[in-house]
Design a protein around this ligand. Sequence first.
Ligand SMILES: [Mg+2]
Ligand SMILES: [Zn+2]
Length: 182
Amino acid sequence: MGKIKAIILDRDGTLIEDKDYAYKIEDFELLPGVIEGLKILQKNFLLFIVTNQSGIGRGYYTDREFHKFNDHLIEILKENKIRIERTFYCPHIKEDNCECKKPKIKYIREIVDGWNIDIEQSWMIGDHPSDIQFGINGGCRTVFLTTGHGDKHIDELKLLGIKPTKICDTFLEATQEFLKQL
Ligand SMILES: [Mg+2]
Ligand SMILES: [Zn+2]
């Protein structure tokens, strides 16, 4: 088993404000505490983004536009000396029945195999029930954030019987949680 721990980050509603299929730089807005939290976390964890981007499949924006927007995020993090190992994204719509849309675990497998990750000591963090299901399916711990769409989906978690390890109201609260369990 790998010795390296990971934090797998949802993007929209977790790192940045979820503005429903955002792809324009003018709509880019980091959530509070994200820079501070990631700076602390990267001392003990490798950081990955796994994001569902059905806006591409729906034709709301192109693959190229997605990359331009995402590169902007990566660049801002880099300016703050934060390194994201890789961004994994699913461009498909549900009807495509692909293998890469969360909660399917294709990308968790790629992370574990590619970076020799100890998944049981790692975390998935997101603001949607599918993020939590993804983490559970992949064998890691999970934090459900009430930022982004989280607040809206909290009852759904209970209805679906999906149990995150922790529910947090801010990225910094989640950061503290990750550090507690080191
Ligand atoms: Mg999200
Ligand atoms: Zn996909």
